[in-house]
Design a binder for this molecule. Structure first.
Ligand SMILES: Nc1ncnc2c1ncn2[C@@H]1O[C@H](COP(=O)(O)OP(=O)(O)OP(=O)(O)O)[C@@H](O)[C@H]1O
Ligand SMILES: [Mg+2]
Length: 283
């Protein structure tokens, strides 16, 4: 395809060789599939600040440190210099989050470069070798839903252990590749220790995942991983492989995953029976 204006500098610098097409345009950015040597990657072009919406809200900014105090003061004062610094800090935030999370073993696309407000990253691919589907694009069986939910919760825990809360986790910002869920879209990620909204955002992230996977595995609606994870974090007891129960303290019965799967299987069997009986009745 014709090279979009914003990607031209990357072509000129020899960072990418060709632009192959555009993925779905989100609210905040456009994502292109580009070729880099033999490899396909994604280039995320952030929209101009004016066109962007909620993610730059103050709520997300708190606790982010500027690179030096002069910049921090300027950012606070909203001078033109301050605004430019603010914009740069915003654009850097996703790259920094990706680097930090990749280093912590979280499943995110590997960041490959950041030039003129364009983020170059690994392309997450599905079974067909094309860009991976989002959670929202796939229908899951109950067991699969429980397994993927479990995997996403693990990623959330790893992120929090690395000091970050995603802040906009939803079925649109999780991709599925052959090995399971991959977390994307992190410019709004918040500093877990320095942001007063972090606890609320973490719970919202986790509850979004429960609502999504719960559509395929209703037993998940009875879990409360969000509050459990935050309580462990606050107590300084959260580790990447902490044992979680899905229950919040005070509630002592643990959710047994095997039991959950059995329950789901039973429900499915009953439903199959019911359908078979209905079919028989109609004959
Ligand atoms: N590394 C990647 N590999 C494959 N597909 C990707 C990758 N990054 C982004 N995408 C695709 O591009 C879409 C938009 O990316 P992303 O969510 O980062 O941008 P956004 O504009 O901030 O979205 P939103 O509408 O959630 O604000 C994603 O939903 C996903 O389908
Ligand atoms: Mg998105």
């Amino acid at each position: 395809m014709k090279i979009p204006r914003r990607l031209q500098p990357l072509v000129d610098d020899g960072l990418i060789d060709a632009v192959l097409g555009q993925l779905m345009s989100g609210k905040e950015a456009q994502v292109y599939v580009v070729r880099r040597g033999e490899e396909h990657c994604c280039a995320k072009v952030f929209k101009e600040a004016r066109q962007r919406s909620f993610k730059q809200a103050v709520q997300y900014q708190e606790g982010r440190r500027g690179r030096n105090s002069r910049r921090e003061r300027a950012m606070a004062k909203k001078t033109r210099y301050g605004q430019r610094e603010q914009e740069q800090a915003w654009l850097n935030a996703e790259v920094e989050a990706l680097q930090r999370l990749a280093a912590a073993g979280v499943r995110v696309p590997a960041p490959l470069g950041f030039v003129d407000g364009v983020l170059l990253m690994e392309m997450i691919t599905g079974a067909d070798g094309l860009a991976a589907p989002r959670l929202d694009d796939v229908t899951l069986g109950a067991e699969q839903a429980v397994a993927h939910h479990h995997a996403v919760i693990r990623e959330v825990v790893r992120m929090l252990c690395a000091g970050l809360v995603h802040g906009d986790l939803s079925e649109f910002n999780v991709l599925l590749d052959a090995a399971g869920p991959v977390i994307i879209d992190l410019p709004q990620a918040v500093d877990a220790a320095g942001n007063n909204s972090a606890a609320m955002l973490l719970r919202r992230d986790v509850d979004n995942m429960r609502a999504h996977f719960g559509r395929f595995a209703p037993a998940l609606h009875d879990t409360d991983y969000g509050r459990e994870i935050w309580a462990l974090y606050e107590a300084g007891e959260l580790h990447p492989d902490s044992t979680l129960t899905g229950r919040f303290a005070g509630d002592t019965t643990a959710v047994d995953v095997d039991e959950l799967v059995t329950l789901i299987e039973d429900a499915r069997e009953q439903e199959a029976w019911r359908l078979a009986r209905e079919a028989q009745d109609e004959e």
